[in-house]
Design a protein around this ligand. Sequence first.
Ligand code: NDP
Length: 280
Amino acid sequence: MIQSLQDTITLHNGVNMPGLGLGVFQVEEGTVLIQAVKSAIAHGYRSIDTAAIYGNERSVGQGIREAMLDNGITRDKLFITSKVWNADLGYDSTLAAYEASLDRLGLEYLDLYLIHWPVIGKYKAAWSALEKLYREGRVKAIGVSNFQIHHLEDLMSEAQIKPMVNQVEFHPRLTQKELLRYTQAQGIQLEAWSPLMQGQLLNDPLLLEMAARYGKSVAQIILRWDLQHGVVTIPKSIQASRIAENAALFDFELSPEDMGRIDALNQNLRVGPDPDHFDF
Ligand code: NDP
């Protein structure tokens, strides 16, 4: 269990990954995004999660560079993630997509590069490309996103390197119990996207009651629940006050009973696409 904002978990290849990061999905290139990234890093965040399909890698990169200068932080203290989009899955096209992401971000390397979605028939060639990038030291860790257990088993039946991370939708309405157990047994780190269910859990009566009892916000209760499950989490916010709020998770602890109560909110309900039925 991480104890502070800059604490890390160790991936199976020995790379350290911050337990908490900033997500930037659905934020356009521009000042708002640059400021959000700068605000997060100034506040102590060290991990930023973007993707080629978000169309915002340039501003993420600019925010990172400015924040490094402002705060005297070197690149090796940051953990930057991006993802190869479905249209680029394939061996050569994935290698090219990696270079294009680096170019837009203005970075020499990524800490984590993920296959964004498990497009059947395409993810194995893309994985070979990620393995090559990893072996050549171009990326510190490689992983997947939106992979179900069967996708992971299929990939690992031929892969030479086991994914270090699987980033999936994970929140109190979608607790991914089997996937969490499976990835823990495999040494694959689970990472929660849409941890706040894009804001849809903020009025949940149980979470409101707990928030009042612990003297925290609903968002903080949920994010703390992620961390106590050993799940890396990347809440998105463009507001400095919420960026700070989402990182103030280390002065309280949910009891085992309350962890169980939150687990029991599961409805296998998704806010995003189902990895077994998506058409993009
Ligand atoms: P989140 O669950 O993080 O919710 C974000 C929403 O919650 C925004 O509307 C934000 O508004 C609001 N919010 C943030 N903090 C608070 C707070 N403390 N109190 C109240 N409201 C709050 O949704 P995302 O879908 O953005 O998921 C997080 C990240 O996961 C993404 O940004 C992306 O990096 C990644 N992701 C990955 C996917 C994948 O397929 N691999 C898919 C989807 C997301 P505001 O900004 O105004 O504060």
